[in-house]
Design a protein around this ligand. Structure first.
Ligand SMILES: Cc1cc2nc3c(=O)[nH]c(=O)nc-3n(C[C@H](O)[C@H](O)[C@H](O)COP(=O)(O)O)c2cc1C
Length: 205
């Protein structure tokens, strides 16, 4: 089973070394985020925000609160992937374009909003879980888009979440889900790591 998409997925690995001279234009950064936002979100909440750290000055602010990981300084851009606590009250707004397009009947909006409210309201852990799921799906789409464009990527949890929250002005309903560096690689990155056998991770029921 193979095709270009599967080949892209199978050939990815996390980059450690980036070409520090290689940059991405703001339009290229916007395009990566546009692709990221095509990922699915629960009830179409789109509960995410992306902060693109790409200037020397912004990188210098992020680096010390992210374990001084070299990817932050060297990669063209490091995204602070922010997930927003799931909040069903945004659903009418998020679904309005579908109703306008005639894809979704207007009466169906409350059929999404009510179960979402029951699922998330008064369940802060679920709200936060959803923020992390949303950010992770968006980041994954960006990782594979980057790979398909010949760019490396590094998802990173090695950062001080409270400091990133403060330093980059995240608001109270935002969670810094992960950092994601993207840019042209330089030689020296590791070969792909072997995976656990499918038999060890798959239950066929
Ligand atoms: C959630 C998450 C957090 C990670 N955090 C870091 C990190 O802080 N620094 C780093 O160099 N790599 C980080 N990685 C990269 C992993 O070490 C890497 O994905 C793993 O070793 C598997 O290697 P591969 O991605 O090349 O297949 C992280 C990966 C994930 C998915």
């Amino acid at each position: 089973m193979t095709n270009a998409v599967i080949e892209c997925i199978l050939s990815r690995s996390a980059a450690k070394y980036y070409d520090p001279a290689a940059t991405l234009s703001d339009d290229q950064i916007r395009e990566l985020v546009r692709i990221g936002t095509s990922a699915p979100t629960s009830f179409h909440l789109q509960n995410w925000r992306f902060i693109a750290v790409r200037t020397r000055e912004a990188k210098a602010r992020l680096s010390p609160i992210a374990w001084n990981q070299p990817a932050i300084t060297d990669a063209a851009v490091t995204f602070i992937i922010c997930g927003q606590l799931a909040d069903s009250s945004v659903i009418p707004d998020r679904l309005a374009p579908l109703v306008e397009m005639g894809v979704m009947p207007a009466a169906m909006v409350s059929e999404w909003e009510i179960p979402a409210r029951d699922l998330y309201m008064d369940h802060p852990q679920r709200q936060r879980d959803e923020a992390v799921r949303t950010g992770t799906f968006g980041a994954a789409a960006m990782i594979y888009a980057a790979r398909s464009l010949g760019l490396g990527s590094t998802p990173m949890i090695g950062f001080d979440a409270e400091a990133v929250h403060r330093e980059f002005g995240l608001v109270s309903n935002e969670v810094p889900v992960m950092l994601l560096s993207i840019g042209a690689e330089r030689p020296g990155n590791w070969a792909q790591k072997p995976r656990l056998p499918v038999a060890d991770v798959l239950d066929l029921v």
